[in-house]
Design a protein around this ligand. Structure first.
Ligand code: ZN
Length: 186
């Protein structure tokens, strides 16, 4: 386990290992399940436009009143974010294996209702180890659609703290979104 990188996580703002400005976004393949530990349980909520640009879907935060994407007829959806530790081991560029990774957990209404049930049953999500499963259906989100309680994992709360959402999700300017709207229209 690389404790040096854990130290830098908690002391350096906006650094999520290897100089990344944004944390990883947790994602499962269809039919995959993985264990995660929730670090917080009050989701950061926002609205996003999901647009297909340059061959891929990209998300843009809606700025509400006077949003150029809303004005060009693109719908937005409520999205929620929590902070998790993904327990799948991975190997970095230098060949070193890490046992876990810090990640953004993005979800929508359906998954929110599932997670709410677990929170009601256990009184919290924070510090719980959960198995997230993405079923092979069209409606299952990338972060999963079924969630199962595994065990208490409060020890992770000593090493990790929640993502600073307001730093990661700065509202785009009207100008930036106007340019995106033009790109989609082109
Ligand atoms: Zn909008």
């Amino acid at each position: 386990m690389n404790f040096k990188s854990f130290d830098s996580l908690s002391t350096e703002k906006n650094t999520y290992g290897f100089g990344r400005k944004k944390p990883f976004e947790f994602a499962l393949k269809k039919s995959e399940s993985r264990e995660i530990v929730f670090i917080d349980d009050t989701p950061f909520c926002t609205r996003e436009h999901s647009l297909f640009i340059d061959g891929a879907y990209k998300s843009y935060q809606c700025i509400g009143d006077n949003c150029p994407l809303c004005q060009s007829g693109h719908s937005s959806a409520a999205v929620y974010y929590l902070t998790v530790v993904d327990l799948k081991p991975w190997t970095d560029r230098t060949g070193e294996t890490h046992h876990e990774s810090f990640a953004l957990f993005k979800f929508k209404q359906k998954a929110a209702l599932e997670l709410k049930k677990i929170k009601e049953k256990h009184g919290r999500l924070k510090g719980l180890k959960i198995e997230a499963k993405r079923e092979d259906t069209q409606y299952a989100g990338k972060s999963g659609n079924r969630f199962f309680y595994v065990e208490d994992a409060s020890n992770y709360l000593e090493e990790y703290s929640e993502i600073e959402y307001l730093e990661v999700f700065k509202k785009p300017s009207r100008d930036e979104l106007y340019q995106v709207a033009n790109k989609v229209a082109a």
